[in-house]
Design a protein around this ligand. Structure first.
Ligand code: SF4
Length: 420
């Protein structure tokens, strides 16, 4: 049961294209900053990216940089530099490690792409749909770099979303246009905007289809693979490049399903991951689950970049719907029903809740949800304490032992449905 062996994730062939898209994303912005050829907008990960593309900006996502700082394990030593400015160790570690990275002039872009720093923004654009931290994060850069800051304020902890909320958000998105025109020096172009919305919609449909291939038994890929392959859905949504990429990836995953290729050889158990990834430990966790013949088949996190409500015929309102109907915006009953729907689709045997110390917004274990879902679905749950980037909040030994015990519990309480 606890036997350790050297394991390797099965490489997805599309990964090379994924890597190139991510590299080109940074090279294009680096070039634009050097030549002044295009304006750069920083955007929160579920911010109004389509509007920015429609207005001719190149769009940079600081949360992606935060994830890179976490994955390269640079974050832990950089966070204290932001703490020293009064930004608490308890707030978003993307925020603190990214500000620490700026202060220390250290970025993973150097090692990955030989780029010295993240692109300097011409404007900072947020949406508080995910949390207030993003607004405070961008506000720091706005003061530091003397760059305009604009944003959308979303209603939070809501169940049903009514027309009043949608109209409000749609109006807020429209109100961004005049200040953005001032920065870009270009007139807003409705056709270009609609085109970006159309590409985002198609990207979302394809990304959803990719994620849903994991409903197959055995699953052709894991949550850990998906955290890497979601890169283009984050940084290139609203472009044709992202659409082309997910057509390619979907084809490969569907072929794996047809051929019965399992991401985890001999898949015996299937799990759902609720909460943020632990970026600096993705590999270790993926290898541990592999050795336990357990596939993490689905997650709230990777599903969060599905915006298939977008409609180029009705771009403002459909954007308002897409960016308000997000899981993170909703109340507990909605979230529980969402996970229950995933349970029916992906047929998992248990749920892991990641309690990320610095992200209460994406930690759904704190108000009894694991216990309620366990009872309702009749499956065990496990909470792992950790963090997205700050590895001082994560005990690897403890998590490892708890995961092993959890799988043993699965073995004892029921016979596996699968022995692929
Ligand atoms: S949702 Fe969490 S991880 Fe994301 S920016 Fe907000 S606090 Fe940070």
């Amino acid at each position: 049961m606890t036997e350790e062996k050297t394991v390797k994730r099965k490489k997805i062939a599309a990964a090379d294209v994924c890597k190139k898209i991510m590299a080109d994303h940074f090279y294009e912005m680096d070039e634009a900053v050097k030549t002044g050829s295009k304006k750069i907008a920083w955007c929160t990960s579920v911010g109004p990216a389509e509007l920015l593309r429609g207005m001719g900006f190149l769009v940079y996502f600081p949360e992606n940089h935060g994830a890179m700082l976490g994955a390269t394990r640079m974050a832990t030593e950089l966070i204290p530099h932001a703490n020293a400015l009064g930004y608490s160790p308890d707030i978003c570690s993307y925020l603190t490690c990214d500000i620490g990275s700026y202060l220390q002039k250290k970025t993973p872009l150097k090692m990955a792409y030989n780029i010295d720093s993240v692109p300097r923004p011409d404007v900072l654009v947020y949406n508080t749909n995910q949390c207030r931290d993003v607004q405070d994060w961008f506000a720091w850069y706005s003061r530091e770099l003397n760059v305009p800051l604009v944003g959308v304020h979303t209603h939070r902890d809501i169940g049903d979303i009514g027309p009043a909320q949608i109209q409000d958000i749609a109006a807020q998105i429209q109100e961004l246009i005049p200040p953005l025109e001032e920065v870009s020096g270009e007139k807003f172009d409705m056709d270009r905007f609609k085109e970006a919305v159309g590409y985002s919609r198609r990207t979302s449909e394809l990304w959803r289809a990719c994620l849903e291939t994991a409903a197959a038994i055995p699953s052709p890929w894991t949550f850990f693979d998906a955290t890497i392959h979601m890169g283009p859905a984050v940084v290139a949504r609203g472009t044709k490049q992202a659409v082309d990429y997910y057509e390619l990836l979907l084809k490969e995953l569907e072929q794996r399903v047809t051929d019965g290729v399992a991401a985890v050889d001999g898949e015996r158990y299937r799990l759902y991951w609720e909460g943020m990834p632990i970026w600096g430990k993705l590999r270790a966790l993926s290898e541990q689950f592999y050795s336990l013949k357990t596939c993490v088949v689905a997650s709230t996190y990777c599903n969060s970049w599905i915006f298939d409500q977008l409609d180029p015929k009705n771009p403002f309102e459909s954007m308002a719907v897409a960016y308000t109907e997000l899981f993170i915006v909703r109340d507990e009953p909605y979230k529980e029903q969402y996970i229950q729907d995933c349970f029916e689709k992906f047929k998992f045997d248990g749920i892991i809740f990641h309690d990320a110390k610095t992200c209460p917004n994406n930690s759904n274990n704190r108000y009894g949800m694991p216990e309620r879902l366990s009872k309702k679905l009749g499956i065990p749950v496990l909470t792992i304490n950790g963090d997205l980037c700050d590895l001082r909040c994560y005990s690897e030994e403890q998590a490892k032992t708890n995961i092993e015990a959890f799988i043993e519990q699965l073995e004892e309480t029921r016979s596996p449905r699968r022995t692929a």
